[in-house]
Design a protein around this ligand. Structure first.
Ligand code: PMV
Length: 334
């Protein structure tokens, strides 16, 4: 039998959550406890090539030229299984994935990684999925990956079922000329994975309050973005990051993702703000600090951040489009 499958290549951005996803109401389906809002980042991306091949007896997966084994492979193969089920095929896949940022920097690659994998693998398997279907698929690989499918500023609707939990674009990438300047602090792999962190969330006495305040916070940030009110927007983002980290620090076991340099950067951002350089920090499940600012301030901010003791690298990001196919047309016969 001759099967016709494409080798498909897709690229996807990482995203920074402004209103964070921390805690799930359904772990198996990765349904989050609350809606979250993020921006896709132009300069942290993953590019992934997938090809389903007759001759393979097992999935062959490499990330940054290293063969993937163990738990990481199991998780990626389970995602490929979802796609095989949807396409009604049994072939194993060759997956080659490359991040444009170095490993071990604490920059999350699971969002960009599962978004790129979902688009490349579904295309290679002959499926044509809508943006919503792709977002749902990516979510099952890694929750925040569903936000790397649509473009620009994105909201993930928590939903109540597999079909109703997906992300969509609130505003296109060019809607607002803002920047996310990342100060890379960490050079170690995270000690506690976000999967473990999500599971511990209910042990924090602050979690209930966080969830109760969420609808109002979501309304407020959407209004700030709609009005392009950067000060209001930044204040909400900073308070939200501190809120999530307060939950992390008060759960059992306590999760303390900040390093000494993280705190140094946070204090500097606040000091600079009071002397006229307006930026606000946000931090995900790691030690790196994202400084949000308007485009005109990005270079000045990047220059200052890079001089702080312990900051290893600075990356300036624009809001950008979601996952896209790089090439998907070189159909091959097997
Ligand atoms: O998608 P996960 O399981 O890696 O969780 C992401 C959690 C945060 O980055 C801390 C917040 C978010 O909304 O991205």
């Amino acid at each position: 039998m001759v099967n016709r499958f494409m080798r498909a290549v897709a690229t996807a951005p990482a995203n920074i959550a402004l209103i964070k996803y921390w805690g799930k109401k359904d772990a198996r389906l990765r349904l989050p406890a609350n809606n979250s809002i993020s921006i896709n980042l132009s300069d942290i991306t993953t590019t992934t090539a997938v090809e389903f091949l007759n001759e393979l007896s097992d999935d062959m997966i490499s990330i940054d030229n290293e063969t993937v084994t163990g738990d990481e492979k199991t998780r990626i193969s389970a995602h490929l299984d979802r796609i095989r089920r949807m396409a009604g095929i049994h072939l194993r896949a060759k997956v080659e994935s490359k991040n444009n940022f170095p490993k071990g920097t604490g920059l999350a690659s699971s969002a960009s990684g599962f978004a790129a994998l979902s688009l490349a693998a579904s295309t290679s398997a002959g499926l044509t999925l809508s943006e919503k279907e792709l977002s749902i698929l990516a979510r099952l690989g890694s929750g925040s990956a569903c936000r790397s499918i649509p473009s620009g500023i994105v909201e993930w609707k928590a939903g109540t079922s597999d079909n109703s939990s997906y992300a969509y674009s609130l505003f296109p990438a060019n809607y607002w000329n803002i920047r996310d300047v990342i100060a890379i602090v960490g050079d170690e792999l995270k000690k506690v994975s976000s999967t473990e962190g999500h599971a511990a969330v209910k042990s924090s006495p602050l979690y209930k309050v966080r969830i109760r305040e969420m609808p109002q916070k979501l309304r407020q940030i959407k209004a700030a973005i709609r009005n392009r009110d950067f000060s209001e927007f930044g204040e909400i983002c900073e308070a939200e990051a501190l809120n999530m980290h307060a939950v992390m620090m008060t759960s059992k076991p306590a999760l303390i993702y900040w390093m000494p340099t993280t705190l140094r950067v946070m204090h500097q951002i606040i000091d600079w703000r009071s002397s006229g350089l307006e930026s606000y920090f946000t931090i995900d499940a790691g030690p790196n600090v994202h400084a949000l600012c308007v485009a005109d301030d990005a270079l000045k901010l990047a220059g200052r951040l890079s001089l702080i003791e312990g900051v290893r690298k600075v990356i300036v990001n624009l809001p950008t489009d979601g996952a896209t196919l790089v090439e998907g047309t070189d159909l091959m016969d097997y």
